[in-house]
Write a protein that binds this ligand. Structure first.
Ligand code: UDP
Ligand code: MG
Length: 317
């Protein structure tokens, strides 16, 4: 029966000792409420993932696990970054859960949105994306860079949900498919749309971090954005090919121009030859690099060994 589903909430934690107590308090309230209203099974849990924290985060998680009924945790061998920690959590949770919700430890994601997510799931959605309704609480810089990031990703042909980070509900079925994606450069929010199935969106307002500092400084944010683009798109390579082609075409114009200058007779001797060669050879080189790039792009796609299809239903079973 659907209302007896086991829910796991996975929460990656990196140096979060300042927020864990409050997060635990609020998640506990939510869990009790959901269990009492029979929306989820009693075996539901909150799974903290300690991502190689340098502070007392893991000690705290162990303590919470001893004192509280619904809390459990895993600890990674070292800091592997948010996406990897999240994946570890999802894969661990999948073994026992029917539905899994992932969220951040810092209470920026509105816990109140969980009800809506579970409702959508009961209505038949396999993935429910939490999407920010506004960015009022973000600094101007964060707002501009983050929204620019989503737009640029779209431009680069990466299919992602606008203003959705990693606050989402997924069914066990979806996670079993996710397991087949064996890529090393993880960009989870780009993978879920590839999996497909029925998806829904729940809007929520993103809050300020409860305590502590962001673990995503600009440098990490940029490298994350580049990972997203380079793991999902070969458009940058195609861009080189296009540019090379254009420059080669342009070199024909330069050839005409320099011939005219030569015929008029105002060209220094040797100038025509040099100018034509520079443009033509330059264009040709770029075109060649682009073509090599196309092949590298193919190799790159092959080495990912992503599943080529996912069977949603099979009537022959
Ligand atoms: N996080 C993690 N490993 C890291 C960095 C971050 O597990 O190496 C976790 C962090 O504890 C938090 C979540 O990822 O639960 C999001 O990080 P943060 O809130 O610092 O990012 P922001 O909201 O500023 O983008
Ligand atoms: Mg945060």
């Amino acid at each position: 029966m659907k209302n007896k589903d086991i829910l796991y909430i996975v929460v990656p934690c990196y140096n979060e000792e300042l927020v864990l107590k409050e997060t635990t308090k609020r998640l506990k309230e939510k869990m009790e409420e959901l269990i009492q209203s029979k929306k989820i099974a009693k075996k539901s849990r909150i799974l903290y993932i300690n991502d190689g924290s340098k502070d007392k985060t893991w000690e705290l998680i162990k303590k919470i696990n001893e004192e509280e009924e619904y809390f459990t945790g895993i600890s990674l061998s070292r800091n592997r970054g948010h996406q990897n920690a999240l994946l570890a959590g999802l894969m661990t949770a999948k073994e026992k859960a029917d539905i899994v919700i992932s969220m951040d430890a810092d209470l920026q994601d509105d816990i109140g949105a969980i009800d809506g997510m579970i409702e959508r799931y009961h209505e038949g959605a396999e993935i429910v994306y939490g999407v920010r309704s506004s960015r009022k609480k973000d600094t101007f810089f964060k707002k501009v860079t983050a929204e620019g990031f989503y737009k640029f990703m779209k431009l680069m042909g990466v299919d992602i949900v606008f203003n959705h980070a990693d606050y989402r509900l997924t069914s066990k079925k979806v996670l079993e498919e996710l397991e087949k994606f064996s890529e090393v450069n993880l960009f989870l929010r780009g993978l879920f749309p590839l999996i497909g199935y029925k998806t829904e969106i729940v809007y929520y307002e993103r809050k300020e971090r409860f305590a502590g500092e962001s673990k995503y400084p600009l440098k990490k944010m940029l490298s994350f954005a580049w990972d997203g683009i380079s793991s999902f798109s070969v458009k940058p390579l195609r861009f080189i090919t296009g540019l090379g082609f254009l420059i080669t075409l342009f070199s024909i114009l330069v050839l005409l121009y320099s011939l005219i200058v030569k015929i008029i007779g105002s060209a220094v001797s040797g100038w025509t030859f040099i100018v034509c060669s520079i443009w033509f050879v330059g264009g040709l080189q770029m075109l060649s690099i682009g073509i090599i790039g196309e092949y590298i792009g193919k190799i790159y796609k092959e080495t990912k060994r992503r599943p080529r299809y996912i069977i949603a239903e099979n009537l022959d079973e």
